[in-house]
Design a protein around this ligand. Sequence first.
Ligand code: LHQ
Length: 260
Amino acid sequence: LVLTRDQAGVRTLSLNSPDRLNALTAALATQLLTALQAAAQDPGVRVVVLTGEGRGFCAGQDLSEVAGPLMSGQPLDLEAHLNDHYRPVILAIREMNKPVIAAVNGVAAGAGASLALACDLRVSSESAQWVQIFSNIALIPDAGSTWFLPHLVGFGRAFELMALAEKVSAGQAHALGLCQQVYPDETFTEQTQAYAAALAARPAQALALTKQALNAAMSSRLEDALDLEAKLQQQAASSQDFREGVQAFMEKRVARWAGA
Ligand code: LHQ
């Protein structure tokens, strides 16, 4: 259910249930978690790209999985479902000590949009659509959307997107700050790989510590952010790459990063 491809330090994980626009079943979420954990542990992986097979990125929860029990009046424990299947995936992305890029190749809806928002960076194909679709089925945004979206676009815009469930085009997503880059459909895979490879060529530990500091800063007081920055900066400065970076600058040459 999740395809894996490695190229130049970039591991691409592709959701592979294209007939349903890669809607999330419990099995798909479990396999995605395993794939994310493997990527986190593999020293050869410097950047992770999360994308979807076929014309969709991810249509959120697979509704056929909940329709049966719901229609037959069986109790649905969505709290347990979210805690067991969505929470570990979202946390695995946030806690990964390397950059994770969502390559939104097509529609990202519901928890599929949350998955993209949980990543560090987002690139979008021109034809992709982004939709906080939850309220169309009278649910609230989950899988972290209520946390990520207002941080990215502000409270009012987040609430509007959630309440009206309007489809947002790639251009609008870019204007809103939801994604960093928009690429034409024809060259989306190549341009995404080049973007990821550029990140993979950066000093890995510095990026990992930057992510750690940003993660903490999203919910900390300024004083705490300054304290953590100082602590992590000390760690960054103990690296071989810091020495190399300064030396390369002094010698007016390009740095050769060791990744530590
Ligand atoms: C699907 C799905 C889908 C199954 C397309 N499921 N088959 C968390 C925990 C527990 C419970 C509930 O929710 C959550 C959080 C959530 O994620 S709630 C949000 C759930 N997702 C949705 O409500 C999205 C439902 N899908 C759509 O509204 C449309 O498919 C979108 C707008 C995503 C795309 O529209 P189109 O491009 O027109 O594609 P389509 O509708 O024709 O879909 C293609 C196929 O994929 C189709 O199957 P078929 O056999 O007719 O070709 C769809 O039934 C299937 N599909 N999303 N979520």
